[in-house]
Design a protein around this ligand. Structure first.
Ligand SMILES: Nc1nc2c(c(=O)[nH]1)N[C@H]1C(S)=C(S)[C@@H](COP(=O)(O)OP(=O)(O)OC[C@H]3O[C@@H](n4cnc5c(=O)[nH]c(N)nc54)[C@H](O)[C@@H]3O)O[C@H]1N2
Ligand SMILES: Nc1nc2c(c(=O)[nH]1)N[C@H]1C(S)=C(S)[C@@H](COP(=O)(O)OP(=O)(O)OC[C@H]3O[C@@H](n4cnc5c(=O)[nH]c(N)nc54)[C@H](O)[C@@H]3O)O[C@H]1N2
Ligand SMILES: [Mo]
Length: 756
């Protein structure tokens, strides 16, 4: 079928950003905020005195001057600041059985929740309930559990540091370390992999480092959609003439060309800045092979350089002084076979050598990466191979160089910092116990996959979600939906209705909370919360809008309400902390010494940076060294060669995780639909398929995504791509990285079955 006749599919010729982005913002405001609205909200985003953008975790360069434009930040804000409401009338009009049939988009588009709700099984409706009764019911259900490990405390990464800290305190006072969290599905490969390599599970660069980098590598992330403010940074890098090398199976417009809406000349002249200097369409799941190939090329070039009387291309002083494991890594890499590297990566040896040459010709290198590296069976090893590559030339812990994981939710990193972890360290638990007079449990708890498995198997009986939409975000909806339906208690603390709320248990409650954009008044005083961005900068965020409903409570207040009902015996003065968030911060400081002078330091414009040892070449590992680590395999996805295609799941330009704003994906040329599968044109021809054909995507018995339309797209051979969350039905719950628990959302072996 020709492009023109295939509905909603038309290649996009423009740059990322530009007028299309401005039009999209205007559309978002019109759609969600009506005529009467307060668009000032948008303008207060990331200002010294405003709120932190709930969009992404990319830092704001200024935090002190006017707001920085970002289309997808604007969508996140208008979606939250919408004038639409899902109040008691809405729930009286729609039974749960009916709502279940709505799309994910329609559920959230009903608007902001306004009042606490309890599920009434007799009528199959959610009905309003008072806060006190809601807390009493939750407390009673929690106290009825026969063991604290029956409860799962999920966190999605929008929660502030203050909310997350109280939440982990609640769970530990109650008696469990079951902390499934969104980062388990996201950068857990980073949180597990990097501490072993460099002693810290966070990025080592600051925004300023980008001003000094001589080359930037972008592996498996899509900033045009997911971290749009990063494009301004990348634009500056190319303007300086520093190369940007991309490894991504799909051609992503934001990595190719960017028209900066902040630059009037570019806008007026319709000019654009090219971003990538080299774009390598690595095979899906081919990064480990590519990274090993780059190191192999580097070792060879280093040897040749030494032979020719040079100093070599490795930073030998750094390696000797700061690392262990070099000899073993060298032997491992030199033992790899080029033919195998080419086959696994889908890139030619010449291409990989070219990438490596850019790497060794640059004095200072930053490597950025996202879900394309982490969401694989060997995601942890991928991250560690990237760290190896950087360590070989001392590219960690000096200006203009380092590793830069693109984090997910705007405060996912901060939530971890303040104690949301199923694997707590003993020293932290001792400080927590001393600060609050509790006896925290020592047994490690569940991550996200294990939590859903425990619910499925009946070991977990209760769930509280501090934000998020876990049942939809998780692999295998059939398994996760059934797991939720078996529960005794399902509590969702959220801003909008989503499918996880509709998975009713014996007792189900929806507790509506304030969003980032809204005023949070406690004891008559407007409160600020704090968040930590991708670069470990902690700063304050203060909402300005009038809350969507007078009945909304803040996340800290809701957590305190649950805590008082569930663990009344704990001698913790919850109300005192909630009355003034400075007191929560003082407690955070007491438990986490890195937050010294917390309340003073967040009052400084721009906040402060938390210590990241590796940024200063202080390696917080057992032996005080950075480690070269081996990966036993080059195959990220182990022996799954027998299916014709490997499917990766991606985000459209008009979604925020499970929140579907609209059905468009502008840069990939898709309008008004999401039921598409992107495939390489030559692969289509080789399999006797045509663009426009209707196919079922089959991952195994019972794992079928039916009725998708094929779209020819510049994507690596052998790869196909479909949207998350629709494609989650193709991922088995058991399909995850054994070391980090991260689901393998980015490499699913599939075949395509043409629908007659
Ligand atoms: N507007 C918006 N912003 C967001 C989000 C959102 O949904 N919408 N989500 C937030 C969250 S929670 C997160 S974690 C981040 C996610 O940010 P990203 O990491 O950018 O997320 P994805 O869209 O999942 O995929 C990234 C890229 O990986 C590529 N890719 C797929 N498979 C492979 C592979 O095997 N190898 C390589 N090298 N690349 C591959 C895809 O083509 C895609 O370009 O964004 C955050 N920001
Ligand atoms: N196939 C596939 N699956 C994936 C991924 C993938 O790339 N591919 N990515 C994974 C990743 S990286 C992530 S992070 C997860 C996302 O998993 P989650 O974080 O669980 O999901 P979200 O869609 O971000 O959550 C949306 C809901 O959060 C609530 N919410 C919004 N704002 C607030 C707030 O301020 N406070 C509170 N309390 N609630 C709020 C709203 O009710 C909304 O419905 O999905 C994972 N799943
Ligand atoms: Mo994420």
């Amino acid at each position: 079928m020709a492009k023109e006749t295939l509905g909603g599919v038309k290649p996009y010729g423009g740059p990322a950003g530009g007028w299309g982005a401005l039009r999209a913002v205007a559309g978002a405001i019109r759609d969600q905020m009506g005529a009467s609205t307060d668009t000032r909200a948008l303008l207060q985003m990331n200002q010294p005195d405003g709120f932190d953008c709930p969009g992404c975790a990319w830092p704001d360069p200024r935090h002190t001057s006017s707001f920085e434009f970002c289309e997808n930040g604007a969508k996140a804000v208008t979606w939250e600041a919408t004038v639409k409401r899902a109040g008691p009338d809405f729930f009286a009009a729609h039974a749960v059985a009916e709502l279940w049939g709505w799309t994910d988009h329609a559920l959230e588009d009903a608007g902001r929740l306004t009042t606490p709700l309890r599920y009434d099984p007799a009528s199959d409706h959610f009905v309003p309930i008072g806060w006190d009764e809601a807390f009493a019911r939750i407390g009673a259900a929690m106290r009825a559990m026969d063991h604290p490990d029956r409860m799962e405390f999920y966190t999605s990464g929008r929660a502030s540091n203050e909310a997350a800290f109280l939440y982990q305190l609640l769970a530990r006072a109650y008696g469990t370390n079951n902390f499934p969290d969104c980062s388990n599905m996201c950068h857990e490969a980073t949180s597990v992999g990097l501490p072993q390599s460099i002693g810290v599970g966070k990025g080592t660069v600051t925004l300023e480092d980008f001003e000094h980098a001589d080359a930037v590598f972008c592996l498996g992330h899509n900033p045009g959609t997911n971290h749009p403010r990063m494009l301004s940074t990348l634009r500056e890098v190319t303007k300086r003439g520093a190369p940007i090398v991309v490894a991504n199976p799909l051609r992503e417009r934001g990595l190719e060309r960017f028209q900066d809406p902040q630059v009037p000349v570019e806008m007026a002249t319709l000019g654009a800045t090219p971003i990538a200097t080299a774009y390598h369409q690595v095979r899906v799941g081919g990064d480990a092979a590519m990274l090993k190939g780059m190191m192999k090329a580097l070792f060879a070039a280093d040897a040749a350089n030494l032979d020719a009387g040079g100093k070599g291309l490795l930073d030998r002083d750094f390696i000797a002084a700061h690392t262990t494991g070099f000899a073993a890594l060298k032997a491992d890499i030199e033992g790899q076979d080029w033919a195998e590297i080419e086959r696994r990566s889908g890139l030619t040896r010449a291409a990989i050598e070219g990438m490596a040459a850019v790497y060794w010709n640059a004095e200072r290198v930053i490597a950025c990466y996202g879900m394309g590296l982490t969401q694989h069976r060997h995601g942890t090893e991928n991250v560690q191979q990237l760290a190896n590559l950087l360590l070989l030339r001392g590219n960690i812990g000096r200006p203009g160089a380092g590793i830069c994981p693109l984090r997910g939710h705007s405060n996912v990193q901060g939530d971890r910092t303040v104690g949301i972890t199923e694997l707590p360290k003993e020293a932290f638990l001792q400080r927590l116990d001393a600060a609050f007079g509790i006896a925290s449990p020592r047994a490690h708890g569940h991550d996200a996959v294990k939590a859903v498995a425990a619910m499925r198997d009946g070991q977990a009986r209760g769930f509280i979600g501090l934000g998020g939409n876990l049942a939809v975000a998780m692999s295998d909806p059939a398994a996760s939906f059934a797991a939720f339906r078996k529960l005794d208690l399902n509590v969702q603390i959220c801003t909008k209705l989503n499918r996880t709320c509709l998975l009713v248990a014996k007792e189900s409650l929806i507790l509506p909370c304030l969003g980032r954009t809204e005023q949070d008044i406690q004891s008559g005083v407007a409160q600020s919360v704090t968040v930590e961005d991708s670069m470990s900068m902690v700063h304050a965020s203060r909402g300005r809008l009038t809350p969507a409903s007078p009945e909304l409570r803040s996340e800290p207040a809701i957590i305190a309400g649950i805590a008082k009902a569930a663990v009344p015996e704990a001698a913790i003065d919850w109300d005192d902390m909630v009355a003034d968030y400075d007191r929560i911060r003082a407690r955070i400081e007491q438990v986490f010494p890195d937050f010294f002078d917390f309340n003073a330091r967040i009052r400084a414009p721009g906040g402060f940076r938390l210590r990241v040892g590796a940024s200063d070449r202080e390696w917080d590992t057992a032996d005080g060294k950075a480690h070269f680590l081996l990966s036993p395999t080059m195959d990220e996805d182990e022996g799954r060669d027998d299916t014709p295609f490997t499917l990766t799941t991606i985000r459209s330009h008009d979604q925020y995780n499970t929140t579907i704003y609209w059905l468009n994906d502008r840069y990939r040329g898709i309008t008004g639909r999401r039921d598409v599968v992107f495939a390489n044109a030559e692969d289509l021809a080789a399999h006797g398929l045509l663009e426009g054909d209707l196919v079922d995507v089959v991952a195994g018995p019972g794992r079928v995504l039916a009725g998708q339309t094929l779209v020819a797209y510049p994507i690596a051979r052998g790869a196909v791509a479909a949207y998350y969350p629709e494609a989650n039905c193709l991922v088995a719950l058991e399909d995850y990285d054994r070391r980090s628990g991260t689901p393998a959302y980015k490499s699913i072996p599939v075949s395509l079955r043409k629908v007659a």
